[in-house]
Design a protein around this ligand. Structure first.
Ligand code: NDP
Length: 254
């Protein structure tokens, strides 16, 4: 047994939503672990790319809307053309929309389902032929504690449903592809300090409630999620598939 099993030397990862927030943290630690990464998002985030360069990560940023049905196959093809192979897919891109259900319009509902569910399926479907052809590959989905518990008082029925779908897709793909050398896992973060939380549930009304509901009494960091992502995507987790790993400061112990 060696600590080298936690490294990703020679491996190539495609990370959606990879240049800020949790995705950026994952790209950074993957880079440190020796992987080359294609990262994608709709907009350029120069600070994230500067952070990756400073960390010495080898990466390629491609601007793309993950909800465009043509994007997943194009990006998997691009990854293979750019770095010669693909070993890891991290389905991280996601959005949060909250509000009382009676007032929750179709536009927000459709945006949630397209971004958090349909593109996760399409990216996975696009990467699986390469994974099964080489007899190895890892998919890591970014789910949420919101896929395992409701979020009163924020009210997020659509977001809750989308993340529960991600968890179930994880388990279903894990069992479908285990015999072909593909592992599929998910992380379920609790409240993590990112643009998403700063723009939503970290507002002054809700902040004390979240802290009280989280036994550790604080938000998590992107690094704490990225550490778990590295484990699940590395050879150290070679017997782990279909897992949904909560990184939540004890939130789900309630
Ligand atoms: P951020 O809002 O900080 O980052 C989201 C990332 O996704 C950005 O890079 C964004 O880039 C990208 N993205 C969003 N929509 C699209 C799209 N249509 N096409 C391509 N890229 C897209 O969020 P977090 O880092 O906090 O969240 C990352 C994941 O973690 C999400 O799936 C979220 O649901 C999940 N999560 C977050 C928690 C938290 O507390 N922060 C808790 C539990 C789960 P751009 O806008 O430029 O497209």
């Amino acid at each position: 047994m060696t600590l080298g099993q936690f490294r990703l030397d020679g491996q190539v990862a495609l990370i959606t939503g990879g240049n800020r927030g949790i995705g950026l943290g994952i790209a950074e630690i993957f880079g440190e672990a020796g992987a080359k990464c294609v990262i994608t998002a709709r907009r350029d985030h120069p600070e994230g790319e500067a952070q990756l360069r400073a960390a010495g990560a080898e990466f390629d940023f491609v601007s793309a809307d993950a909800t465009d049905p043509a994007t997943p196959e194009r990006l998997v093809r691009h990854t293979i053309e750019r770095y010669g192979r693909i070993d890891i897919l991290v389905n991280n891109a996601g959005i949060a929309r909250h509000g009382d259900t009676e007032d929750f319009d179709d536009e927000r509902l459709e945006a949630i389902l397209a971004t958090n569910v349909a593109q996760v399926f399409r990216f996975s479907r696009a990467a699986l032929p390469a994974f099964t052809a080489q007899g190895s590959g890892v998919i890591l989905n970014v789910g949420s504690i919101s896929g395992l518990a409701s979020n009163v008082p924020q009210n997020q029925a659509a977001y809750n449903a989308s993340k529960a779908a991600v968890h179930m897709m994880t388990k279903s793909l894990a069992s479908e592809f285990a015999a072909r050398g593909v592992r599929v896992n998910a992380v379920a973060p609790g409240y993590i300090d990112t643009d998403m939380s700063r723009g939503g549930f970290a507002n002054p009304d809700w902040d004390p409630i979240w802290r009280q509901m989280t036994p550790m009494g604080r938000y998590g960091t992107v690094e704490e999620v990225a550490n778990a992502a590295l484990f699940l995507c590395s050879p150290a987790a070679s017997y782990v598939t279909g897992a949904v790993l909560a990184i939540d400061g004890g939130y789900l112990t309630r």
